[in-house]
Ligand binder design. Structure first.
Ligand SMILES: C[S@@+](CC[C@H](N)C(=O)[O-])C[C@H]1O[C@@H](n2cnc3c(N)ncnc32)[C@H](O)[C@@H]1O
Length: 252
């Protein structure tokens, strides 16, 4: 890690919205916000890894009270600089352990951010922390890629995920440890900048088991925010686990 802001330090935060411009496109964002508004209902939403407010700001604009937990002061600084950004509560801390006041009808963790937790123990802790913040019947929503192992050439451990005029990215995958390092190279002001971030990938079934350990059970799994069916060809999933009402034991 670089400093207390983790991998999302000032250098990354300064360019985040520009580098991820396609993720801010209304065609990408609108279905995310529509589904989160629907699932949150009249309750509150908690975003783990709120970042620069890509999701939280439009969600708040739709009338959903949103709170965030975020490790990086630099990312939150960018959120604060945006219109409406000062009105969103953020607790600085690690979302595997940080507690905030009150309960929520939805806790959500998007854009592969569960994979930023590089051990199974940390991912389990994240599920437990999410469940601890949910009211009975509340939902934990995750958007994350499906490990792309079947697209790895036989015997290879490296897979390109982006090749464009100014950006190149490839994943270095270790199937023995489920660790993956994403290497990003981008030309910025005529210079090639590199950012390499470690991840831990997990199959959907492993995430279901983490949810079960945290007292939740799977309610829905789609391949996208428009409720597209999840199949063997899906490259990502949007999964919804629910915390059952008191007295109901998960797994029975
Ligand atoms: C890929 S960005 C996503 C930001 C935002 N959710 C979005 O969709 O644009 C991941 C964010 O999660 C934060 N993050 C990663 N691990 C974290 C942790 N353990 N605790 C709190 N924040 C974390 C990073 O600092 C970063 O802002």
């Amino acid at each position: 890690m670089h400093d207390d802001d983790g991998y999302f330090d000032e250098r990354v935060a300064a360019r985040y919205d520009e580098s991820e411009a396609e993720m801010f496109d209304p065609a990408v964002l609108d279905p995310v916000i529509d589904l989160l508004v629907e699932i949150t209902g009249s309750g509150r939403a908690l975003e783990l890894g709120i970042g620069t407010g890509r999701i939280a700001l439009p969600l708040a604009q739709r009338g959903v009270p949103v709170h965030g937990i975020e490790l990086s002061n630099a990312m939150v600084g960018r959120l604060r600089a945006k219109s409406g950004g000062e009105d969103i509560g953020v607790t600085i801390g690690d979302f595997t352990t940080t507690a905030v006041d009150g309960t929520f009808s939805v806790v959500y963790l998007v854009f592969n951010t569960i994979m930023n937790l590089t051990t199974q123990a940390a991912q389990v802790a994240c599920f437990r922390n999410a469940a601890a913040h949910l009211e009975p019947g509340g939902c934990f929503v995750i958007e994350v890629g499906v490990p792309g192992l079947q697209r790895l050439p036989p015997g290879e451990t490296i897979r390109a995920f982006e090749v464009s005029e100014n950006k190149w990215g490839f994943d270095e995958i270790d199937v023995a440890t489920q660790r993956l390092t994403s290497h990003h190279f981008e030309i910025v002001d005529g210079t090639v900048e590199r950012l390499s971030i470690p991840f831990r990938y997990a199959w959907p079934s492993e995430l279901d088991l983490m949810a079960q350990l945290a007292g939740m059970r799977l309610r829905e799994r789609w391949s996208g925010w428009r409720r597209e069916p999840f199949t063997g060809d899906s490259r990502q999933h949007v999964s919804v686990w629910a915390k059952p009402p008191p007295g109901h034991v998960v797994g029975q």
